[in-house]
Design a binder for this molecule. Structure first.
Ligand SMILES: Cc1ncc(COP(=O)(O)O)c(C=O)c1O
Length: 463
């Protein structure tokens, strides 16, 4: 038997000593370096950021031009075909509540009952906090409404696009989207790290060209369009998209935020509108905040797609489950839409009525087909903001949409039309819009008529 090697013990001790010396030396060296560094500066204040200066400048320019800020107005009571601002009731064209579910007694009751039974919050991610029966009921109702295998709901429509897109594709893939696609889909595409191309709005020849130009270069391709486009109110050409899909082999994703409960005789969306098979679209996406008067978003499609998202999508796995009351109100709304398609027809009739009347009055409704969304294109952002304020004074609530939400020079008022609007409200809105817009045009009110040098001088004096 040999004695334990003294040499071994010495080696260990030497290593420990040398390590300690190194640590001491490097700590001392670090101190010396720190002494030579310039004194620490506080972080840049958010107030000094160029982004903040831009906001302040815009607000100040609005003040100087005497244009009230039309955004973030406080409303008393619920949004519907009318709304209360201060103590005035206005005809409301700025609510997503296309089918009047926000004030529907059964929808409200479903929400109240869910609160009483399940509380306010889902309390954590459904993965860990478990399900409430309303989650499954809503998902089954969505899948059956579309006639597809399965659906999954998320806490926000915006988040649904971001997390679903980012979890289905990656850097080896390509996203090709309509140039007018919603910011949420764009953000999801950017986050995914996939290559990105866009095609001209609703231009299937251009999409075909883009598809040919990228053919064979990527692992997978995802094409994203909207059912009813949110800013323009026209509809993606689903039959031609499906034809391209069968030739080029991409996944097709349709965002139905403004088309669920809107398009098709019974409100089943873009597929019903065109008489296409819903199962031919790979990914149906939509929000619960429009015709179902709730909050949240969904993806509907195959069982495999839904099981991937339930396992992989960060916005599902790591985010709280949809609040039970929101799930219950959306499920009840869907049930009402399914049993009362007349409500859908009323909304569509109102949409057409408003659209046709607006055109007869010489208003520019752009590409809108006259369903849920009809813009009145004004061009100039300042003119659009003032027109919204003038209409507010006349008793009409409608919001301006300005750059960057739409391209420069394409500012507009966006009218959301619902099943609950009366023909008097629609006639009044069209007549007032035409009259107030004409008055602004006659006065040449807009960015062209602003003396920018004088405005800047006034802003400088004000500080
Ligand atoms: C086309 C489209 N997709 C997604 C969203 C996001 O939905 P939500 O507002 O419900 O989060 C919107 C919002 O209006 C939208 O217009």
């Amino acid at each position: 038997m040999t004695a334990p090697s003294q040499g071994g013990d010495t080696g260990v001790r030497d290593q420990v000593l040398s390590f300690m010396k190194d640590r001491t030396r490097s700590a001392a060296a670090r101190d010396a370096e720190a002494r030579e560094m310039p004194p620490a500066r506080p972080p840049v204040s958010f107030a000094d950021l160029p982004e903040h200066h831009q906001i302040v400048t815009q607000a100040s320019a609005g003040d100087q031009l005497g244009i009230d800020n039309p955004f973030f107005r406080s409303h008393a009571g619920s949004a519907g075909a009318t709304t209360m601002v201060g103590n005035r009731e206005l005809a409301n064209f700025a609510s997503y509540d296309y089918l009047g579910m926000n004030r529907h007694a059964e929808v409200r009751q479903a929400a109240v009952q869910a609160v009483e039974r399940y509380g306010i919050s889902a309390s954590a991610s459904r993965v860990v906090a478990g399900e409430r029966p309303v989650h499954g009921e809503l998902e089954e109702a969505l899948a059956s409404f579309y006639g597809v295998e399965a659906a999954v709901v998320f806490v926000s429509g915006y988040l649904t696009n971001v997390t679903a897109i980012a979890s289905l594709i990656g850097p080896q893939d390509i996203v090709i989207h309509d140039e007018f696609i919603h910011n949420s889909a764009l953000t999801g595409a950017k986050l995914s790290g996939a290559h990105r191309r866009f095609f001209k709005h609703n231009d299937m020849e251009d999409l075909d060209r883009v598809l040919h130009s990228v053919a064979g270069r990527h692992r997978r391709a995802l094409v994203i369009v909207e059912g009813v486009y949110s800013m323009d109110g026209d509809v993606a050409d689903l039959p031609r998209l499906l034809d391209l899909r069968s030739r080029h082999g991409f996944w097709l994703m349709v965002d139905e935020a403004h088309s669920l409960g809107v398009l098709g005789r019974t409100g089943r969306g873009t597929a019903e509108h065109f008489g296409c098979r819903a199962t031919d679209v790979d990914i149906w996406m939509g929000t619960l905040s429009k015709t179902t008067a709730s909050c949240g978003g969904y993806i509907a499609g195959s069982k495999a797609l839904v099981s991937i998202l339930k396992a992989q999508a960060g916005g599902f796995v790591y985010s709280v489950g949809l609040a039970p009351a929101l799930a219950a109100s959306a499920a009840k709304s869907l049930e009402i839409i399914a049993r009362d398609p007349d409500r859908v027809e009323r909304m569509r009739a109102n949409g057409r009525y408003f659209h046709d009347a607006a055109r007869r009055h010489g208003l520019d409704t752009g590409l809108s087909i006259g369903a849920s969304v009809t813009p009145v294109i004004v061009g100039d952002s300042i003119r659009a903001a003032q027109l919204s304020n003038d209409l507010q004074d006349a008793g009409i609530n409608v919001m301006p949409i300005i750059h960057p939400a739409v391209p420069e020079g394409q500012a507009r008022l966006r009218f959301f039309i619902t099943s609950e609007h009366t023909s008097d409200q629609l006639d009044f809105a069209v007549a007032q819009t035409a009259e107030k817009l004409q008055s602004l045009v006659d006065r040449n009110f807009g960015i062209q008529s602003v003396d920018v040098a004088e405005l800047l001088a006034r802003m400088a004096v004000k500080g």
